[in-house]
Design a protein around this ligand. Sequence first.
Ligand code: HEC
Length: 144
Amino acid sequence: MVRYKAVLSLGFLIVLTFSSTSTKAFHNDIYYPRVPEDLLEIIQDMDNPFPPTRKNIKEGSNVYFGKGLCVKCHGVKGKGIEVSGHSPRNFTDPKWQNIRTDGEMMWVLKNGSPGTSMPIRVGKVISEEEGWKVILFIRSFAGV
Ligand code: HEC
């Protein structure tokens, strides 16, 4: 029985070690970049190819409330709902809106945010074009 317990706790230790390495890109500070350092400069400079026209923002909102399922975690007002673990981003935070570029958001849509429940969206449930448009919609939460 004692030996069984020892094996169990060793297993637990291994799980802990592995889960901490898989959370490498994750940072507790919400303002800290989610994009790995070696890519950051290029990704930050990527422009949104779609202009923030009323039509594009509306299409982005359809993705947010529809097949992107963003609303499930980020909420109707963009403030983020309460979940266990790391909170979904509050898009109404002006400091975060200022710091993050559209390119960085696209990276998160394509890769998820490792170590959090933010899932991969572009390439799985929405197209790249829909991704850029939902980013335009996220910008509309700024200053709300
Ligand atoms: C299952 C819950 C969940 C869903 C669904 C979800 N998100 Fe998130 N999202 C999160 C969490 C949790 C975070 C915080 C991650 C972090 O701090 O790194 C986050 C963070 C983000 C960020 C901020 C990343 C950064 O660089 O600070 C963006 C942008 C984002 N989500 C966009 C979206 C969009 C757009 C959709 C829908 C297409 C979506 N999310 C769907 C949970 C979710």
